[in-house]
Design a protein around this ligand. Structure first.
Ligand code: ADP
Length: 491
C-alpha cells in the first residue's frame, strides 16, 4: 500500500483491574500480562485503570500526577486527575476521583452504573486531551468500560484524536452486563435524546445494558476462547444477548487467554516444596506428600489427589461434585478444595471436610501460596464448569503436570486435549454433559490410568507440561486483529 506508514501501533487497554495493582478474577490476570506481551510483539500498549484506594501504597507513592480536567457526565461536570506509573515497561494511567474510587473494595456499590460511566467518559476525555494517550485502538474489557465505545462514537467524533480510534471490546464473562434502570440514559449517560444510542442500549426488558451498547458500537468484539465465541451465540450461554452475538458474528472472534509462564513454573516456583520439570517428574511426589501433610490428608502416594481451585459458585459445576462426592470417596480418591464464594457451596464443602476425615479437605480462603502448592501437589484438577469463558486454572494445572478433568465447554474445551487410550495422545480428560455420573466416570477413568498405567500417565503429564500457554501466542493473534483495523499502519 503506497500511503502506508510504518510505525508501532498504539493500543490503549481499558480495564477495571490489573495485576499487581488490583485483582478480583481472570480479567486482572489478563490486563496485567497481555499488554506486556503486546509490547514484546511490536505494539505500544498502555493501560488505563481507576485509581482505587485499595491499590497498594508501594505503587500509589510512585505515581506521577500528569493532568487534571473535568469530565462532562449528563448534567454534571466531574473532576478527573490522571496519574501515571510505568511498571515492567508498560505505562499505566490511573483515573483519579476520590468520590468514586476512594472506597473499600472495587465493585458492588449502589452507584456502580455512574462510577463506571464516569470512568468510561474519562477515558474518552483523556484520549482527546492528552497527546501521550492518543491511540489507534481503544481496547475495552467487560461492562465497566463498555460505554467508552459508545461515548467515543456519540460525543467525540468532532475530535481529530478520537475520530481515528477503532474500538475492540472483549467479553470476559457475559453473566455480568451492567444493567440499570433506564433513568441512567438521561441522568448519567446524557443520551436520552439520542434515539439510536438509546435503542442500542435498551436490552428489551426495560433496562439499559452497558455491555449491549459495546456489542453494537465496537468495531471488533472478542472473547477469551473460540468455543465461548460460538457458545455466546446460543440462548443457553448468551444470557439474553445471543441474538446480538449472532448478528455480529462476522466481527466476533475468540482468542484463548494465556498464563504468565514465569509466575507459574514448577521448575522455578519458590512457593512449592520441590521444583521439577517434565524430565524430573519423580520429584513431584515430594510436593504431593508435603501437600497431604499440610492439609491433613493421609500421606499415601497411591491415592489420586484431586484438587479444585476457584470461586465456589454455580458456574463452576459444583452441584455435580457435591452429588458425586460420596462415590469418589468410596473409590479411595482424595479431594482438596480451595476457594471462596456462595455460602451454601462453602457450607456443603465444609460438611464434606468434616464427614470424610483424612480423605477430603475444604479450605475456604483466598490463598495464592497454597494454590501454588495445590497445583504442584495434585494429581488431577477437577473443573466441571457449567460454562467457562476461558479458565486459567486448567492451564496452570497442566503446566504443573496435574492432569485436568474438565467439562467440554468454552476455554476448557479449547485448552485440554482429551486422552486417547489407543494413541496415548492428550493432556487431560473430558466429559460432555452436565451430569454427575458422567463426571464421576470421567474422574474414575483418569484414576484408572493413574493406578494401572504409569507410563501412559507420565506421557500425559509431559504432553500437558509441554503445551504452550504463554501469552506470546495470543499476543500475535491480537496484533493481527489490531492491524486489520488500521491497514494504513505497517509493521
Ligand atoms: P474465574 O476468572 O472464573 O474466577 P479462572 O480459572 O479464569 O476463573 O481464574 C481464576 C484464577 O484465580 C486462577 O489463577 C486461580 O488459581 C485463582 N484463584 C481462584 N480462587 C482462588 C483462591 N481461593 N485462592 C487462590 N487463588 C485462587
Amino acid at each position: 500500500m503506497s500511503d502506508q506508514v510504518t510505525r508501532k501501533i498504539k493500543i490503549l487497554f481499558a480495564a477495571t483491574e490489573a495485576v499487581p495493582f488490583v485483582k478480583t478474577g481472570g480479567l486482572g490476570d489478563v490486563a496485567g500480562s497481555l499488554p506486556r506481551s503486546l509490547n514484546a510483539a511490536g505494539a505500544e500498549c498502555s493501560v488505563i485503570l481507576p485509581k482505587y484506594a485499595s491499590i497498594p501504597e508501594e505503587y500509589q507513592e510512585k505515581m506521577t500526577h500528569i493532568a487534571d480536567f473535568y469530565v462532562p457526565l449528563a448534567w454534571r461536570s466531574v473532576y478527573c486527575g490522571i496519574e501515571k506509573l510505568t511498571y515492567q515497561g508498560v505505562d499505566f494511567y490511573f483515573v483519579d476521583n476520590e468520590a468514586y474510587f476512594k472506597r473499600d473494595g472495587i465493585y458492588g456499590y449502589y452507584d456502580d452504573g455512574e462510577r463506571f460511566a464516569f470512568f468510561s467518559k474519562a477515558i474518552c476525555e483523556a484520549i482527546e486531551k492528552l497527546p501521550e494517550l492518543q491511540c489507534d485502538v481503544l481496547h475495552c474489557n467487560d461492562w465497566q468500560t463498555a460505554l467508552a465505545t459508545v461515548f467515543l462514537r456519540e460525543f467525540y467524533q468532532g475530535s481529530e484524536a478520537c475520530r481515528h480510534v477503532k474500538t475492540v471490546f472483549t467479553v470476559h464473562n457475559v453473566k455480568f452486563q451492567g444493567q440499570y434502570n433506564d433513568k441512567v440514559l438521561e441522568d448519567v449517560l446524557g443520551l436520552a435524546d439520542n434515539p439510536t444510542a438509546s435503542s442500542q442500549l435498551y436490552n428489551g426488558y426495560g433496562t439499559i445494558d452497558y455491555m449491549k451498547g459495546a456489542l453494537c458500537y465496537s468495531d471488533v468484539i472478542t472473547t477469551v476462547s473460540p468455543s465461548y465465541a460460538n457458545e455466546l451465540q446460543m440462548p443457553f450461554y448468551g444470557e439474553g444477548l445471543d441474538d446480538i452475538f449472532r448478528r455480529r458474528s462476522l466481527q466476533l472472534r475468540g482468542i484463548l487467554n494465556g498464563i504468565d509462564t514465569d509466575l507459574w513454573n514448577p521448575a522455578t516456583d519458590k512457593l512449592i516444596e520441590s521444583n521439577y520439570d517434565e524430565d524430573s517428574l519423580d520429584r513431584k511426589a515430594q510436593d504431593k506428600a508435603a501437600l497431604q501433610r499440610e492439609l491433613g490428608l493421609a500421606e499415601d502416594p497411591a491415592r489420586p489427589l484431586i484438587v479444585m481451585i476457584g470461586r465456589l459458585t454455580n458456574q463452576k459445576g459444583l452441584g455435580l461434585v457435591r452429588y458425586a462426592m460420596n462415590h469418589l470417596m468410596e473409590r479411595g480418591t482424595q479431594v482438596a478444595i480451595l476457594g471462596t464464594g456462595d455460602k451454601d457451596q462453602e457450607d456443603a464443602f465444609k460438611y464434606f471436610d468434616w464427614t470424610y476425615g483424612d480423605q477430603m479437605v475444604a479450605r475456604i480462603a483466598f490463598d495464592n501460596a497454597l494454590s501454588h502448592r495445590m497445583y504442584a501437589g495434585g494429581d488431577i484438577l477437577l473443573m466441571p464448569s457449567e460454562f467457562e469463558p476461558c479458565g486459567l486454572s486448567q492451564m496452570i494445572a497442566m503446566r504443573y503436570g496435574t492432569l485436568p478433568v474438565v467439562r467440554e465447554t468454552g476455554g476448557l474445551q479449547d485448552s485440554v486435549v482429551a486422552y486417547n487410550k489407543y494413541t496415548g495422545e492428550g493432556t487431560g480428560f473430558r466429559f460432555t454433559n452436565m451430569n454427575a455420573d458422567e463426571m464421576a466416570n470421567c474422574v474414575l477413568d483418569a484414576c484408572e490410568v493413574f493406578w494401572t498405567d504409569k507410563d501412559a500417565w507420565i506421557k500425559l503429564q509431559r504432553q500437558a507440561m509441554e503445551t504452550d500457554f504463554s501469552w506470546s501466542r495470543a499476543a500475535g493473534t491480537y496484533m493481527d486483529m489490531y492491524h486489520s483495523l488500521h491497514p494504513e499502519i505497517g509493521r
